[in-house]
Design a protein around this ligand. Structure first.
Ligand code: ATP
Length: 295
């Protein structure tokens, strides 16, 4: 009960700041299918954060945060939210776009204030979504680039020197737009790459979404569904489940079965195919940079 009260007070501070948003989240790690390497890593950090005074006294380094890059619709945002639940801490979302001001120095001022608020509210999880959009064009010359470069420098220094318990989760699709300094080890505790779900993961994702909607039954063969959905993202799978439920409802509310789901799979174009060239390009980059796979 006390925690709820503290969260409510923190929410007030954040509302006043203008550049940060406090999200109320219900997502749990168990709601995410797959990502079996990322999950234990997060649990380890959660254990350290939960017992921080003892961990610090023992000599444990303060957790800085994690960067999660990868394919769209494959669970990056979901992971950010589930992390806040796991850590039992408020989740703040930093909207990089809202930092940009029209006067000289305004953007940096906004960034400084946003990070100060995050520190004031700490311990918390700070989610910086689509970081690549904020720091695009750094070093390319021009006015916009200058501001981005200064913002970026400020952010990096803050990441390096922060002493408060602000666990940063940065998410991005396109790392080619990201300055290499951000990806250097030491800024974040780890960088994970989220690929399209593999077969076993797709089974899990189907199961999670069917169970969440109380529609899992013995007529549904998850293995057949997973086999038929190579290159489908988690978001694709979720929309297949939703569509099947709607059809079954209109079809005299019959229970779902494998055939109905497979028919929808056939009629759906997976993201991995629609964005084929881009996806292959991302994949090559992630592999060449030797970023750890989340699954
Ligand atoms: P984007 O880069 O487009 O923001 P994202 O990687 O952040 O995408 P999410 O917003 O986390 O993707 O996922 C979109 C939706 O797809 C989620 O709401 C979730 O229901 C579903 N989803 C994606 N991946 C998974 C997964 N691994 N397990 C369960 N559901 C998933």
């Amino acid at each position: 009960d006390d925690l709820d009260l503290v969260h409510a007070e923190k929410q007030q501070i954040i509302k006043k700041s203008g550049t940060l948003e406090m999200l109320s989240v219900r997502e749990k790690l168990e709601d995410i299918g797959g990502l079996e390497k990322l999950k234990p890593w997060l649990k380890q950090k959660a254990a350290v954060m939960a017992d921080w005074p003892a961990a610090r006294a023992f000599g444990v380094e303060p957790p800085k945060g994690v960067m999660i890059v990868g394919m769209p619709g494959c669970g990056k945002s979901m992971t950010a939210k589930a992390t806040a639940t796991l850590f039992n801490l408020p989740l703040l979302k930093l909207d990089m776009g809202s930092l940009m001001g029209k006067y000289v120095g305004e953007s940096e001022g906004n960034m400084r204030r946003a990070l100060q608020v995050a520190e004031a509210v700490s311990p918390c999880v700070l989610w910086v979504d689509e970081v690549e959009k904020a720091f695009v064009g750094i070093g390319s010359g021009g006015n916009g680039s200058e501001v981005a470069t200064r913002l970026f420098g400020y952010f990096l220094t803050w990441m390096q020197e922060k002493t408060k318990q602000v666990f940063v989760i940065a998410t991005a699709n396109d790392i080619s737009a990201l300055p290499p300094e951000l990806l250097r080890k030491g800024r974040f505790d780890e960088i994970f790459y989220v690929d399209f779900p593999k077969e076993a993961e797709r089974m899990e994702i189907f199961r999670v979404h069917l169970e969440r909607r109380k529609k899992m039954n013995a007529r549904i063969q998850l293995d057949r569904l997973a086999k038929a959905t190579n290159h489908y993202s988690g978001a694709d799978i979720e929309s297949i489940v939703k569509e099947a439920i709607e059809q079954a409802f209109l079809d005299d509310r019959v229970p779902l079965d494998t055939e109905r789901l497979l028919n929808i799979v056939k009629a759906t174009h997976p993201l991995g195919e629609v964005m084929k060239d881009k996806v292959q390009d991302y994949k090559k980059r992630f592999e060449s940079m030797k970023i750890k796979e989340a699954s």
